[in-house]
Design a protein around this ligand. Structure first.
Ligand code: HH2
Length: 258
């Protein structure tokens, strides 16, 4: 899954793809480089972010979705039903909701009324404050219990289970150690029976691991290392900013592990 943020302020590609034409070019390039789907987002959820209103989010993503329609498989990264509905009209195949249907009471209905796939992600707290001292007794069992509960909720709301994937939410209310423990013990999440998405790409835990306690991003090499480890532990979808490098690494890992 390639990432295209049509935002001025995303933690890694903020501003790079804020212009719709540039975002469209990036999405086409990611498809050519081997992405199966491109995740288009119009709101940053980086630590400390405040969020944008639905009109602004639509203004950012709609021109991109219109251009990509019928050409590039698209996922819409949004927690807002109005944005999801419009994206689905414009051909989006997956709704990637970082609030796991907790952010907008109309989201479950919006997804259920379509035949779209849905990604349910774990987050402790909310982006504005989530990195202020996140705590768990056992991060993996708490994330697994949360995802299981949200899966039951989504199925109860009429979204077929076979259309739902789960994501531990790397960096969303988690320390460096929490993030790596989630990948190390990923089989406890795949045991829930649904495909697991991992988005470690460029996240600050990678920079912190390499020795910079103030890092806000991670290197490409560290991102690829984390993605290969997640793949080896059973991840089905890797959400990444650098598609070509990850596709090459994962093809080699697949050949070596097969
Ligand atoms: N991470 C980000 C955004 N959306 N969705 C899923 N399912 N999993 C993730 O790990 C995930 C996500 C944050 O990364 P990015 O979109 O690059 O940054 P920002 O939120 O600053 O736009």
């Amino acid at each position: 899954m390639g990432v295209v943020n049509v935002t001025p302020d995303s933690f890694f590609d903020g501003g790079v793809n804020a212009d719709p034409a540039t975002a469209v070019t990036a999405a086409r390039r990611m498809l050519a480089e081997g992405a199966a789907i491109v995740d288009v987002g119009g709101e940053s959820t980086r630590p400390g972010s405040e969020g944008v209103d639905p009109d602004e989010e639509l203004r950012r993503v709609v021109p991109v979705l219109e251009s990509l329609q019928g050409e590039v498989p698209v996922s819409i990264d949004t927690a807002k039903a109005a944005v999801a509905r419009r994206a689905l009209q414009l051909g989006a195949e997956l709704v990637n909701d970082v609030t796991a249907l907790r952010g907008d009471p109309e989201m479950a209905e919006a997804v259920g009324a379509s035949d779209a796939y849905l990604c349910l992600m774990h987050m402790q707290g909310e982006p504005r404050t989530m990195q202020a001292d996140p705590r768990y007794d056992d991060v993996v069992s708490e994330v697994a219990a949360f995802l299981e509960e949200r899966l039951t909720f989504a199925v109860g709301a009429g979204i077929p289970e076979e259309r739902i994937c789960l994501d531990p939410g790397i960096g969303f209310g988690k320390t460096v150690e929490h993030n790596f423990e989630l990948v190390r013990r990923l089989p406890e999440l795949t045991a829930l029976g649904r495909p697991v998405v991992v988005g470690f790409s460029r996240k600050s835990s990678l920079g912190k691991l390499l020795g910079d306690p103030e890092a806000t991003t991670g290197t490409l090499a560290a991102s690829v290392g984390a993605a290969v480890a997640a793949y080896e532990r059973g991840a089905t979808i890797l959400r990444v900013h650098d598609v070509r490098d990850h596709v090459e690494a994962l093809l080699a890992a697949q050949a070596a592990l097969a």
